[in-house]
Design a protein around this ligand. Structure first.
Ligand code: ARG
Length: 719
């Protein structure tokens, strides 16, 4: 491993000295920031030291940056545990607190006191306590020749030992993550807070202004922020919600800088990017381009159409499906964009070229030939096998479990174990407590008519698009019986199933029996699709092992070859730092975008008949008053701005920091021209879209008049 570390340093050196070539691509590990990187960052405008950013022994910037919920980033902005994140990250919480009477999605929400802050059950905020290189411990007992399955079980045992050493107290928990395709391992220890409350959110017409039309695109005018607070027990410990909990007391929070931005300003973003595939091979690109992505898009097209039509019929359904719709739609558009980008930027061809260079590098040396000689062929072989089931795999995930009723029934699948012959074998007490809660939260956001339409459409699609070998009997039989009239089939299934309403489900819970479960048509479907999924898994064991091994070797090889990109590891939901600057871009021939948008653009985009572009009356009034001071730039307020930081999904809500480590914006999106960015970074094109902190402050202060929030913030007005 040592040589890899050394190489890592030389590669950083290389990227630092050829900055023209490599730009400032990279999601770096803030705990491994190299002196050369710091020097480079300081030359661009950073005023801090590495120790100020990440320190084990002292408090540092990283202490103010949190994992928000399951897939976002947030930052602490006050001594009383106030947290900023994106509106789209708080969306689920805002949605679940909303009702037709208190429609916070539509009207926004602003707590006027601690008392009015809304506890959000299930929401967590996690602080990173420390990071440790555990590569040596993880690889104990692993040898090069062992089969992947055996390697995995050794890794699992080692991981267990590592995690056992973490004290089970104060909300502490650890996770071991692999880096560089399993060549390195790090332990991350987090402290998790479970009483998180909603403090403020603008209306969707502000927080999601531009909607799906503008999503993943610039120019943007979205006030994509929301405000939460972390609560602790009276003694300051993490705990679940209790009435007498108090706001988190902390001295690590970000200062806000409302002095404004200029082109070329140094910027740095810290947060939790979820996943990138920057070292994927041409075969992987081919699979995404030709099988996976088009399948996802096709299925989601249909789902979105159905849900959209339902949502338009009533406020109740609109509120129920708002968050579900947003999450399906976000990555629907993502995959459309990714395919466009992959084609336009010729990523497949570029990967082929890199592989050709790799093959030449291997051929030039016997050691290399012995170690890496088979890697590329092995990729090709593995993908050829995996491609045979790539489409059914997507269809299982997206279509078969698309109707929520099937996904819900599937959660009870373990009850169908072979030993379970009658009601005695169902643990009734357990069912009552767990299942009742599961049912309550499931049916809260469920509309039978909508789901039934989804069911008919998804079963139809699955049956017609997938090879017979992957179609469960129950589905073929239904096709015969209903002669392809899937809506008739849906009628019968939803009529009979106990998973279609809370009433039917509660009835079952009163008298749970294995036989009624096994007779349920939705339950049967869920089991049948799980069976297909297992069949696919079994078919792929070897190919997957081969792929894993090839990736690990390939990574080691290109790391040695050193002639490629700078060597940061792929994103894996661990804290990363990306540095760069405020920067515009040229989107296409004759299309030059400037790096910021203003309130004028919001007014220009207004379209009263289009839900994506409505402006709340009150916002118009506040704009008309032109009372932008002290958040102004001339006679307007800056809404959003661009930087060339390297981020991805999971970074949403991340703080954009200036050279002093002060908060100047919140990252919330990427741009359309570089949607293939998770696979290949394009320095000329790739930008991060941020909401300017001045727009956030303007909205909290002038629009919401929330003194409750304003008085806690620490704001600098000098750049
Ligand atoms: N594309 C953004 C992301 O994945 C989400 C933006 C949410 N806005 C929207 N209109 N769906 O981080």
């Amino acid at each position: 491993m040592i040589f890899i570390k050394k190489l890592y340093l030389t590669l950083i050196a290389c990227c630092v000295f050829c900055t023209g070539l490599y730009a400032d691509e990279g999601m770096w590990l803030p705990y491994l920031l190299d002196q050369l990187q710091i020097v480079r960052m300081q030359s661009m405008g950073l005023k801090l030291s590495a120790e100020d950013i990440y320190s084990i022994n002292h408090s540092s910037l990283k202490d103010a940056i949190v994992i928000f919920g399951r897939g976002c980033t947030g930052e602490v902005v006050s001594a009383d545990g106030l947290v900023f994140t994106n509106h789209h990250c708080g969306f689920g919480a805002i949605q679940s607190s909303s009702s037709v009477e208190n429609d916070y999605l539509k009207e926004g929400f602003w707590a006027r006191s601690y008392k009015e802050e809304i506890p959000i059950s299930g929401l967590t905020v996690q602080f990173l306590m420390f990071v440790q290189d555990v590569t040596h411990d993880m690889l104990e007992g692993v040898d090069e020749e062992m089969p992947e399955t055996q390697r995995d079980s050794v890794l699992k045992i080692n991981e267990k030992h590592i995690l056992e050493a973490i004290p089970a107290q104060d909300g502490l928990g650890g996770v071991v993550k692999e880096f560089y395709a399993g060549n390195q391992f790090y332990l991350f220890v987090y402290q998790s807070y479970k009483d998180i409350r909603l403090v403020g959110a603008p209306p969707t017409a502000i927080g999601k202004f531009g909607g799906d039309t503008d999503n993943w695109m610039w120019p943007r005018h979205t006030g994509d922020f929301s405000v939460f607070r972390i609560y602790t027990s009276p003694s300051g410990k993490p705990t679940t919600y209790q009435v007498n909990n108090i706001p988190l007391k902390t001295n690590r929070f970000l200062t806000i800088n409302a002095g404004g931005i200029k082109e070329g300003d140094f910027t740095m973003i810290m947060g939790y990017p979820g996943r990138t595939d920057r070292y994927i091979t041409s075969w992987g690109v081919d699979q995404a381009l030709n099988i996976t992505n088009p399948s996802i898009v096709k299925i989601r097209d249909k789902k979105l159409e159905i849900i959209r039509n339902s949502m338009a019929t009533s406020d109740e359904i609109r509120i129920k499906y708002a968050a579900k719709y947003a999450s399906i739609s976000n990555y629907w558009k993502y995959y459309i964009g990714q395919n466009k980008g992959l084609k336009r930027l010729k990523i497949y061809e570029k990967k082929k070229q890199q592989e050709k260079e790799f093959a030449e590098w291997i051929a030039a040396d016997t050691y290399r030939f012995n170690r890496y000689g088979e890697v590329l062929d092995s990729f090709e072989q593995a993908y050829r096998l995996l491609n045979q089931t790539a489409k059914p795999s997507v269809y299982i995930r997206e279509a078969a479990f698309g109707p929520e009723i099937i996904a819900f029934a599937s959660r009870f699948a373990s009850l169908a174990s072979t030993e379970m012959k009658d009601s005695k074998d169902i643990n009734a007490a357990n069912l009552h407590t767990n299942a009742k809660g599961m049912g309550d939260s499931f049916f809260k956001n469920f509309d039978l008519a909508t789901d039934k339409k989804l069911f008919a459409a998804m079963m139809n699609m699955y049956y017609n698009d997938i090879d017979p070998g992957f179609i469960p009997n129950i589905l073929s039989n239904a096709n015969k019986k209903y002669k392809g009239q899937w809506d008739k089939y849906a009628d019968e299934v939803y009529e009979k199933s106990m998973f279609s309403s809370m009433e039917a489900f509660s009835k079952f819970l009163l008298n749970p029996s294995a036989s009624s479960l096994k007779d349920d048509p939705v339950y049967q479907l869920a089991l049948a699709f799980r069976e297909i999924s297992r069949k696919i898994e079994a078919m792929n064991i070897q190919a997957k092992d081969q792929l894993k091994r090839s990736k690990r070797l390939y990574m080691e090889g290109i790391q040695q070859m050193g002639a490629g990109n700078p060597f940061y590891p792929d994103a894996n939901q661990t804290m990363r730092l990306t540095y760069g600057q405020v920067l515009d871009y040229q989107a296409a021939d004759a299309i030059e975008y400037s790096y910021f948008t203003t309130h004028f653009g919001i007014l220009e985009k207004e379209e009263p008949s289009n839900p994506d572009f409505q402006i709340p009356q009150r916002l118009k009034e506040v704009f008309n008053r032109k009372d932008f001071s002290p958040y102004y730039k001339n006679d307007t307020v800056v809404a959003c701005f661009l930087t060339n930081n390297d981020i991805t999904g999971g970074n949403s809500g991340s703080p954009v920091l200036n050279g002093k480590g002060e908060l100047i914006g919140l990252a919330f999106d990427g741009n359309w021209e570089a949607m293939s960015g998770d696979i290949a970074y394009e320095p000329e094109l790739q930008r991060t879209i941020n909401v300017d902190i001045r727009y956030v402050l303007f909205l909290i202060d002038k629009y919401a008049r929330s003194n409750h929030i304003m008085r806690e913030l620490k704001i600098e007005y000098e750049r």
